[in-house]
Design a protein around this ligand. Structure first.
Ligand code: MSP
Length: 646
């Protein structure tokens, strides 16, 4: 059986997790579930990062022993993953003996082979980030990552010879395109960190004791990254008596991490693996952040949202769907209560929920609840069959490339086609005349079979909802819900008995709910924002992250027409990778509608939709303009629609 090993970072145990934290784990969970569904032997690992000075201090302040302090937080993290239906196969705590013993062996092995040596550390230390900085790296004397105060530290420490492996890693990254993904992050790692030269890494501390003790030098504890990063292999039994899992699953297929810890995962981690003589993970994928009002959601900014509350109010699937659909994978995504509520209403309550209840209600009304087995085709059936069959391959492709929102967009575009099919065939009109009974039968069969396909596709993302749909359709046979069964639009559902159903997702009154949320807001909500530790901003200059917020994608113009009454505007339907966006642009002076059809253009894909001349526009195209002439920005050579431009 093919294996698939996927990991999330191990979570800090210094406080409660927020909805931004849930993002990495929910995304990894969807990928793990998808691989299981498609026949892989999956190992999905998550866990907790429990050592360090910060936790030692927090425990002291709480009047607890560090282990008592972290035990409580680990329990709340595990509860959150249960609520979010996370299907991890293992959960590693860095305080477990299996991890501690292996880390001690790793440290000793590296020391014995000369990759770790003793020296003196002098530098600036940021406790919240657990990072050392050189004088020249500080920004206004503060930590360049979080902007907070740093402390001067001098102590005897062990160092890891990272510099020894730098050239080997540079070659590896250059030769293996898949290793650092998305590719924009590869250049950032090479140019900003590796090519300027690597410093050796401080890997032990003596100024605190809450860590893995170094076996051969009392007073030293293993410091941060060797302890934390090794979890990905200690969980598999590396250097233990039983390393069967290591043999089976290592190297990992995908290691998902947030972009702020990309550097440690694509530089420190591979160098550590090289020193240990182990192969590197096939891919480290750095996803963007969930932001609120443009800032990373984080406790120190004071803009966190409690996922437990959200799940309690809207249900786990609304939250999972929002996270997976709304955040472009690899870029930042904006969280707001309003966008969560609007998404839930539009996609889940309206598009999907209505389709399921209409299908069930009509089968009950017209065929006594039994999905018909004989019919006469309607002129719209072929499209429903073809689109349904294709999704098996399309969704696979998206998932293998970690394009989770695109996979959901394609599933929803099929849900849209099924709803449109009802509007076109008008079953309530067909039902008026007994002579149309067989055509009506075709409609009901196609809707039920289409929904069966949708339900199987939804399993990795929102399994509870998928199972509810299968229950409503009366699907009990396991072979009707396996992955291969949806490669063909077939007669699978004839004779099934459907059930009457309550709405899958009750419609939310957005205005009322938003004012309700205001009323019950407490410390963990947006309404009580603290001030952000600000870095100095230079007028007119934007950071890399700010630039990456603009989602530029290649789009192919499928249809174009001039807008009546305007001599400037053209309305276009643009395929941006499985999703069609309507874009209105004032280019008619330079391009005719006909000329635009078939062109590959660059589109700002995450622009807030707006109405131009009464017509909705969901994006913007890029063009250069000078001396009264306008030219479209296009691409040099062939590339598929949806490709990210950066
Ligand atoms: N303990 C380290 C990881 C060590 S791995 C060897 C750590 N922990 S963390 O708790 O701070 O973060 C865990 C994950 O949550 C990271 O992938 C991080 O990027 C992610 N997120 C934390 N805040 C986030 C957002 N606001 N948005 C998206 N992901 C976020 O880092």
């Amino acid at each position: 059986m093919k294996t698939y090993y996927i990991t999330t970072p191990i979570y800090y145990t210094s406080g409660k997790l927020h909805i931004g934290h849930s993002y990495t784990t929910v995304a990894a969970d969807a990928l793990a579930r998808f691989k299981r569904l498609t026949g892989y032997d999956v190992m999905f690992l998550t866990g907790t990062d429990e050592h360090g000075q910060k936790i030692e201090r927090a425990a002291n302040e709480a009047g607890k022993k560090p282990i008592e302090y972290v035990d409580g937080i680990v329990a709340s993290i595990k509860e959150l993953w249960e609520l979010l239906k996370i299907s991890n196969d293992d959960f590693l705590r860095t305080t477990e003996p299996r991890h501690i013993e292996a880390v001690q062996k790793i440290f000793k092995k590296l020391y014995d082979q000369g990759d770790i040596y003793k020296s003196k550390y002098e530098g600036w230390y940021c406790t919240p980030c657990e990072s050392f900085w050189l004088e020249r790296q500080l920004e206004d004397g503060n930590c360049p990552d979080c902007g907070r105060e740093v402390e001067m530290t001098t102590e005897e420490s062990y160092f890891f010879r990272a510099s020894k492996y730098a050239d080997k890693l540079i070659d590896y990254i250059k030769e293996n395109d898949d290793f650092v993904q998305p590719s924009s992050r590869r250049n950032e790692m090479l140019n900003n960190f590796l090519l300027p030269g690597l410093e050796d890494l401080c890997v032990s501390r003596t100024s605190f004791s809450w860590g893995v003790p170094v076996t051969f030098d009392e007073g030293h504890v293993v410091y941060v990254w060797i302890d934390a990063l090794s979890n990905y292999i200690t969980a598999l039994g590396y250097l233990s008596e039983d390393d069967e899992k290591l043999k089976k699953y290592w190297p990992a297929d995908v290691q998902l991490v947030g972009k702020e810890i990309m550097r440690f995962h694509t530089i420190t981690w591979p160098i550590l693996l090289m020193a240990l003589g182990l192969p590197l993970p096939k891919q480290v994928f750095g996803h963007g952040w969930l932001t609120t009002e443009g800032k990373k959601m984080s406790k120190s900014v004071g803009n966190v949202i409690d996922p437990v509350k959200l799940i309690g109010r809207y249900g786990v699937d609304a939250i999972r769907y929002f996270l997976l659909r709304e955040v472009p994978f690899g870029s930042d995504g904006q969280y707001s209560s309003e966008s969560l509520l609007l998404r839930t209403n539009a996609d889940l309550a309206n598009d999907l929920g209505n389709l399921v209840s209409r299908t069930a209600a009509m089968t009950l009304k017209y065929f006594d609840g039994v999905t018909p087995g004989e019919w006469e085709a309607t002129e719209h059936d072929a499209l429903i069959e073809q689109q349904g069959e294709k999704l098996h391959a399309i969704v696979s492709e998206h998932m293998d490339a970690l394009r989770l929102p695109e996979a959901l967009a394609d599933i929803w575009s099929y849900i849209g086609s099924l709803n449109k099919y009802i509007d076109l065939t008008m079953p309530w009109v067909l039902a008026k005349d007994e002579a149309n009974k067989k055509t009506l039968a075709s409609v009901m069969y196609h809707l039920t079979e289409g929904l069966r396909i949708v339900s199987v596709l939804l399993v990795p993302f929102i399994e509870d909802t998928a199972k509810k749909i299968q229950d409503v359709l009366g699907i009990e046979d396991e072979t009707l819900v396996d992955w291969d069964s949806i490669a063909k639009f077939g007669k699978n559902v004839c004779g099934l008995t459907v059930k009457k159903t309550a709405p899958l997702f009750p419609r939310i009154d957005v205005k009322k709910e938003l004012s309700e949320l205001e009323k019950i807001a407490d410390d963990s909500d947006l309404s009580k924002k603290k001030s952000t530790p600000k870095k100095q901003e230079v007028a007119g200059v934007i950071t890399y992250d700010e630039f990456m917020k603009v989602e530029l994608r290649l789009g192919q113009v499928k249809e174009a027409e001039a807008i009546d009454g305007s001599d400037k505007l053209i309305k276009m339907q643009v395929d941006v990778g499985g999703e069609t966006k309507q874009i209105v642009s004032g280019i008619r002076e330079w391009y005719s509608a006909n000329e635009m059809v078939g062109k590959t253009i660059v589109v700002v894909a995450n622009l807030k939709p707006t109405k131009l001349f009464g017509t909705m526009s969901e994006g913007m195209l890029l063009a250069a303009q000078a001396d009264g002439v306008l030219k479209l920005v296009t691409i040099d050579g062939d590339m598929k629609s949806g490709a990210r431009v950066s």
